[in-house]
Design a protein. Structure first.
Length: 221
């Protein structure tokens, strides 16, 4: 069988490059949404990270007819009752930039001494028929009063990780992948990657047989 095409359901090149570097495998050809033409926008209206990850992956898989991997991840701040949570990417409003979101977070944290926070990530690996595998991880840290570092994206400049005495924006990609929420979830997935590829091949073969069966039925009608 040819290599399996796996679509990372994002146009965020920072996120895509993290995932590509982690899941490199001779039997996988990893693409992202930038490798395809326009597809309808996915409305991330789930109430949990799990909801949104599955929604993005299953929608992409059905539209493109290929297995898809999506993550939904975000920042949960203890003193803000878990906010921004599933709204992390649009905390400062629709179309907000990373700077906008970071600015709103700093304003909301003014005068708050409890700076504890965690990043959470849920990965959903889904095939066009809707079957899915799910992986989840989190990473504990705290929110600084001012940004530090120039790497990464999102809230990385404000998220301080005590074991390395750095923010996520001060880490190299290799360091970040070892300890971050997404990195830990990807480590779990990578640890099962040979089994996952067997699962994907079976699902792709089943879908191919199903499509061929439908074509034959139409030809005989």
């Amino acid at each position: 069988m040819d290599r399996i095409v796996l679509v990372v359901a994002t146009r965020n090149q920072g996120k895509s490059s993290e995932i590509r570097s982690y899941l490199a495998h001779p039997q996988l050809e990893i693409k992202d949404l930038n490798d395809f033409g326009p597809i309808p926008e996915i409305v991330e209206d789930g109430t949990t990270f799990d909801d949104n990850a599955y929604k993005k992956a299953s929608f992409t898989a059905k539209v493109l007819g290929l297995p898809a991997l999506a993550d939904d991840s975000g920042l949960e701040v203890e003193a803000l009752a878990g906010a921004p949570g599933v709204h992390s990417a649009r905390y400062a409003g629709a179309g907000a930039s990373d700077d906008d979101n970071n600015g709103k977070l700093l304003r909301d944290m003014t005068g708050i001494s409890n700076r504890q926070a965690r990043f959470r990530c849920v990965l959903s690996l889904t095939v066009p028929t809707g079957f899915a595998l799910t992986y989840e991880a989190h990473c504990q840290g705290s929110i600084l009063a001012a940004p530090r570092g120039s790497h990464g994206f999102g809230y990385d400049p404000l998220f301080y990780y005590p074991p390395l005495d750095k923010t996520f924006a001060e880490l190299t990609m290799e360091e970040k992948l070892r300890v971050s929420h997404r990195g830990l979830a990807l480590q779990e997935l990578r640890g099962e990657l040979d089994k996952v590829i067997v699962w994907l091949k079976k699902r792709v073969e089943e879908e191919t047989r199903l499509r061929l069966g439908n074509i034959c039925m139409h030809e005989h009608e």
